[in-house]
Design a protein around this ligand. Structure first.
Ligand code: ADP
Ligand code: DP6
Ligand code: CO
Length: 366
C-alpha cells in the first residue's frame, strides 16, 4: 500500500506559566506527585511566557511491521521519554482516556494505537526557575486532549489538570487561568489533590507580573531533585508545612478576594523568603538566588519602605530570576527604578512598558 493512505492527525496548543506566591516544595508521593503542602499561584498571560506544543499522530495501515515509539522534541532537541517516567505516564493516561472513547465509538479513528510525535518550544528560558515545567506539561496535556478530542467526550479541565500534575506538580495550576490554588489533598490515590480557581484573572485585572531575567542558564539543581533532598533533610520544611503554609493560604486567598495588595505583597515576599530559607536548610544546601537576585530584593524592600506602602512584591521560584507583582498604577515607577539601578536591561528590551491585559508579564533583563 502507498504512503498516501496514511492519515495525519495533528493538534497545537499553548499554555502559560504560573508563578506561585505560596510555593509548592516537597512531595509526599513522588510517583503520583502529591505535595507536602498546598500552594497558590497566578497564571500569567500567554502573550509573554508560554509553551507551544504540537502533537502529531499518523495512522497507517502499513505501520505494523516496525515498533514505532513516541518521540518528543523540546526547543528543537530530541528528549528521551524514559519508560516509567513522568512524561511516559502522562502519555499513557491520555491514551487510556482515548482508548475508552474509541471503545464506545467504533466510528472514531484508532489514534490510541499509534505513536505520537510531539514538538514543544518555550519562548523563555527553560529550566531556569521561570516555571517551564508548568507551562510545558500543561501545554502537552492540553494538546493531547485536543488531538484526542477528549473534552467533547466528557473529560473535564479538572481531569486534565490531575494528569498534568503527574507530569510536573506545578503544571496542574497552569490548566486554569487567574488565581489558582493547588489543594494538597489527603487521599493516597491523589483524587483530592487538585487545582481550583480562587478567582478569575478578571477579578483583579490591574495586577501585573514583571519578569526580571537575571540568568537564562539551566539551573544546577532541577526542582524535582532539589525538593526531594529538602524533604529528606530539612527540619525547617516540617515547620513550614505544619505551622506556616495553612494559615498563609487562608490569608493570601483573602487578600486576593479583597484585592488587598499590601497583604498580598507581604505574604508573597515572606513565602519566597521562607522557600529559599528551606533550600538553605537542605543538606547539602541549595542556592537558587545569586547576587543580582539579592540586589533586586534589596531594591524592592527599599522602594516599598521609601513609599510607605507595598509598591512591588518580589518572588523567586527555583532559580535566580525575579518576578515582581505590581499594581498597574505602579508599573512605570517600578520599571523606572529597575532601569535606573540595572541600566543594561534597557538595551535588551527597548520597550519595557509593553504590558498587556493583566495578570500579565513584561520581561526585563537585569
Ligand atoms: P522550571 O523552573 O523551568 O520549571 P524544572 O526543573 O521544574 O524547571 O523543569 C524543567 C524541565 O521541564 C525540563 O528539563 C523539561 O524536562 C521539562 N520541560 C520544560 N519545558 C517543557 C516543554 N515545553 N515541554 C515538555 N517538557 C518541558
Ligand atoms: C519553586 O512543579 O517544577 O516553582 O513537580 O518535580 O516537576 P516537579 O516540580 P515543579 O516545582 C515547582 C517548584 C516552585 C514552586 C511552585 O511552582 O509552586
Ligand atoms: Co518546574
Amino acid at each position: 500500500m502507498s504512503a498516501s493512505q496514511d492519515t495525519v492527525y495533528q493538534a497545537t496548543c499553548t499554555a502559560p506559566v504560573n508563578i506561585a506566591v505560596v510555593k509548592y516544595w516537597g512531595k509526599r508521593d513522588t510517583s503520583l506527585i502529591l505535595p507536602t503542602n498546598s500552594s497558590l499561584s497566578v497564571t500569567l498571560s500567554q502573550d509573554h511566557l508560554r509553551s507551544l506544543t504540537t502533537a502529531r499522530c499518523i495512522t497507517s495501515s502499513t505501520s505494523t511491521s516496525t515498533s514505532p515509539r513516541d518521540r518528543l522534541w523540546l526547543n528543537g532537541d530530541e528528549e528521551d521519554i524514559n519508560e516509567g517516567g513522568r512524561t511516559a505516564r502522562c502519555l499513557a493516561e491520555m491514551r487510556s482516556l482515548r482508548q475508552k472513547i474509541e471503545a464506545d465509538n467504533s466510528s472514531l479513528p484508532k489514534l490510541s494505537s499509534h505513536p505520537l510525535h510531539i514538538a514543544s518550544e518555550n519562548n523563555f528560558p527553560t529550566a531556569a526557575g521561570l516555571a517551564s515545567s508548568a507551562s510545558g506539561l500543561s501545554a502537552l496535556i492540553a494538546t493531547l486532549a485536543r488531538l484526542y478530542d477528549l473534552e467533547a467526550h466528557g473529560v473535564s479541565q479538572s481531569d486534565l489538570s490531575r494528569i498534568a500534575r503527574q507530569g510536573s506538580g506545578s503544571a496542574c495550576r497552569s490548566m486554569f487561568g487567574g488565581y489558582v490554588a493547588w489543594e494538597q489533598g489527603e487521599r493516597a490515590d491523589g483524587a483530592d489533590s487538585v487545582a481550583v480557581e480562587v478567582a478569575p484573572a478578571s477579578h483583579w485585572p490591574d495586577l501585573h507580573a514583571l519578569i526580571l531575567v537575571v540568568s537564562d542558564k539551566k539551573k544546577g539543581t532541577p526542582s524535582t531533585a532539589g525538593m526531594q533532598r529538602t524533604v529528606a533533610t530539612s527540619a525547617l520544611l516540617q515547620h513550614r508545612i505544619k505551622h506556616v503554609v495553612p494559615e498563609r493560604m487562608d490569608r493570601i486567598s483573602r487578600a486576593i478576594r479583597e484585592r488587598d495588595f499590601d497583604q498580598f505583597a507581604l505574604e508573597t515576599m515572606a513565602d519566597s523568603n521562607q522557600f529559599h530559607a528551606v533550600c538553605l536548610d537542605t543538606v547539602p544546601p541549595i542556592f537558587y538566588l545569586n547576587d543580582v537576585s539579592r540586589a533586586v530584593i534589596q531594591l524592592v524592600t527599599e522602594l516599598n519602605r521609601a513609599s510607605g506602602r507595598a509598591v512591588a512584591a518580589y518572588t523567586y521560584d527555583a532559580g535566580p530570576n525575579a518576578v515582581l507583582y505590581v499594581q498597574e498604577k505602579d508599573v512605570k515607577l517600578v520599571l523606572d527604578v529597575v532601569l535606573q539601578y540595572f541600566p543594561q536591561s534597557a538595551a535588551s528590551f527597548p520597550d519595557p512598558f509593553a504590558t498587556g491585559v493583566a495578570p500579565t508579564g513584561s520581561k526585563e533583563r537585569v
